[in-house]
Design a protein around this ligand. Structure first.
Ligand SMILES: Cc1ncc(COP(=O)(O)O)c(C=O)c1O
Length: 443
C-alpha cells in the first residue's frame, strides 16, 4: 500500500515482523516512539506521551537515567563481552551478591538470563533437576495457573494459561496441569487491593495433588499478581495457602516476579509484600531498568546446595546462555540498584498507593467499566466486551489515550497502567483522567 512517508518513520515497515502485534493493522497506521526522558516518550509526530506503563512494566526508575547510561557506556568501553562458561568477570558476582542481599530468607543464589521468558524456563529446569539430584526424579509434573503469563518459551507457555499464546504451538510440555485462575467478577468486582474472597481457590492445588499423586509434582509456578492478563491481585490469604499445600507435599513454589519485582508493589519484591517465601523466584524487566535485557532466577540455599554434592570437577547444572551475565547487563543492573536505593523507589509505590488507588477507582462509574483492580502501582480497568469482539473496545480506548498523550496497554478488554515509580500525583490523575475522557467518547 503506497502511503506518504511520515517524519521519523522508516520507509520500509515490511521487513520487521513485530512481536505480539497485529502487524498489518499497525503498519497501516504506525505509532513510533523516538526518544524518552523520565516519565515521557516523544512520538514520531513530536508529541509528549506520558508513559503510563513504564514501557512494558519495566522502566521502573523512568527513562534515560544518566547514572545507568554512564555505567553501561563505561562498561562497553572496558569489557564488551566475556563468557561466563568456565570464566568469570566481576559484574555478575557483585550484582548477584547485591540482589540476594535484598531478598528475604535464604533466597541467596542468582542465575542470570536475558529475559523473563528465559528466567521462567530456567526456573522450571532447576526445579526438575533439583528433584532429580536428590533422587526424586519421579517428580516431573509442573503446575501453572489459568490466566498466568510466564513468557513465551515452551516451558513458559506450557505452564502459562493464556489460550492465544498456547494454541498455535502444538503439544507443549507434557505433564503439566493448571490451577484455576482467581478472577471472580461476581464476588470481587471493584475490590481495592487484594480481593476478600477466593483464598479457597488455592485448594485447587490439593485437588491436583490428589489427582496426580504428590510424588509426581515438582513445582507450582504463579505470578504473585497476574499482570499480563489484566492485573489480578491474589485473594487475601491465597498465596499463604498455596505455600502451605506445597510444604505439605514437598512441592517447590516458584514466584514469577518479572512484573512485581523491583518496587512495583511498594516493597522490593512481592514475596515481602505478601509475607510468603517461594523456593525459586524469577525476575527481569526492572532488574536493569530495561536499559539492557536481563533476567534472573533466585533459589533458596537448599536448592543450590543440593546441586553441590556432585564431584567438584562436574558441571552441576547443564544450562546457561551465551549472554547469561552479560557485562553490559550486569553494569546496568548495578547502576539501577543504586538509583532505586538513592531515590527510595522500592517503597514509593506504598507512598503513592492510596492516591493511585483512588484515582483508578474514580473510573468506577465511567462508561463500559465493569471492574477496577489495583495493587501497588499497577491497575487494571476492565471494560464490558463488545458482543463477539473481545478486546476491540479496550484497544480503541488505548488508541484514544495514546492520541491524547498517555501510553496505557490493552489486554483483552482490560486497560492496564503500571507507570514508572517516579510518577507524580498529577501524572497519575492525568493517566486516569485521560482514560475517563476516552471512555466517554467510544461506543
Ligand atoms: C510474569 C511474567 N513472566 C515472564 C515474562 C516474560 O518476560 P520477557 O518478555 O522478558 O521474556 C513476563 C513479561 O511480561 C511476565 O509478565
Amino acid at each position: 500500500m503506497a502511503t506518504a512517508p511520515l517524519a521519523n518513520v522508516p520507509n520500509n515497515l515490511e521487513s520487521f515482523w513485530m512481536p505480539f502485534t497485529a502487524n498489518r493493522q499497525f503498519k497501516a497506521n504506525p505509532r513510533f516512539l523516538i526518544d524518552a526522558k523520565d516519565m515521557h516518550y516523544t512520538s514520531h509526530d513530536g508529541r509528549k506521551i506520558l508513559d503510563g506503563m513504564a514501557g512494558l512494566w519495566c522502566v521502573n526508575a523512568g527513562h534515560g537515567r544518566r547514572e545507568i547510561i554512564q555505567a553501561v557506556q563505561a562498561q562497553v568501553a572496558k569489557l564488551d563481552f566475556a563468557p561466563s562458561f568456565q570464566m568469570g568477570h566481576p559484574g555478575p558476582f557483585e550484582l548477584a551478591a547485591r540482589l540476594t542481599a535484598l531478598l528475604p530468607g535464604d533466597l541467596d543464589h542468582a542465575f542470570f538470563t536475558n529475559s523473563g521468558s528465559e528466567a521462567v524456563d530456567t526456573a522450571l529446569k532447576i526445579a526438575l533437576a533439583y528433584h532429580r539430584v536428590r533422587g526424586e526424579g519421579g517428580r516431573f509434573r509442573l503446575i501453572g495457573r489459568e490466566r498466568g503469563y510466564h513468557g513465551v518459551g515452551f516451558g513458559g507457555i506450557s505452564v502459562g494459561g493464556m489460550v492465544a499464546n498456547r494454541k498455535q504451538f502444538g503439544t507443549l510440555l507434557t505433564g503439566v496441569d493448571h490451577l484455576r485462575h482467581t478472577h471472580d467478577l461476581e464476588q470481587n468486582a471493584f475490590s481495592r487491593g487484594e480481593p476478600a474472597k477466593g483464598a479457597h481457590l488455592a485448594d485447587d492445588l490439593q485437588r491436583l495433588v490428589e489427582l496426580h499423586d504428590p510424588a509426581t509434582i515438582a513445582a507450582v509456578i504463579v505470578e504473585p499478581v497476574a499482570g499480563s492478563t489484566g492485573v489480578l491481585p491474589p485473594p487475601q490469604g491465597y498465596l499463604k495457602r498455596l505455600r502451605e499445600i506445597c510444604d505439605r507435599h514437598g512441592i517447590l513454589l516458584i514466584f514469577d516476579e518479572v512484573i512485581t519485582g523491583f518496587g512495583r508493589l511498594g516493597a522490593p519484591f512481592a514475596t515481602e509484600y505478601f509475607g510468603v517465601l517461594p523456593d525459586i523466584m524469577t525476575c527481569a524487566k526492572g532488574l536493569t531498568n530495561a536499559t539492557v535485557p536481563m533476567g534472573a532466577v533466585f533459589v533458596r540455599k537448599g536448592i543450590y546446595d543440593a546441586f553441590m554434592n556432585a564431584p567438584e570437577n562436574m558441571v552441576e547444572l547443564f544450562h546457561g546462555y551465551t549472554y547469561s551475565a552479560h557485562p553490559l547487563a550486569a553494569a546496568a543492573g548495578l547502576a539501577a540498584l543504586d538509583v532505586y536505593k538513592a531515590e527510595g523507589l522500592f517503597t514509593r509505590a506504598k507512598e503513592l498507593g492510596k492516591h493511585f488507588e483512588d484515582a483508578a477507582h474514580g473510573l468506577k462509574n465511567a462508561r463500559h467499566v465493569v471492574d477496577v483492580r489495583n495493587i501497588g502501582l499497577m491497575a487494571g480497568i476492565e471494560l464490558d466486551s463488545r458482543p463477539g469482539k473481545i478486546g476491540a473496545r479496550a484497544y480503541e480506548a488505548f488508541l484514544k489515550c495514546y492520541e491524547a498523550g498517555v501510553l496505557s496497554r490493552s489486554v483483552g478488554d482490560t486497560l492496564t497502567f503500571s507507570p514508572p515509580l517516579i510518577v507524580t500525583k498529577a501524572q497519575i490523575d492525568e493517566m486516569f483522567g485521560t482514560l475517563a475522557k476516552a471512555l466517554a467518547t467510544i461506543d
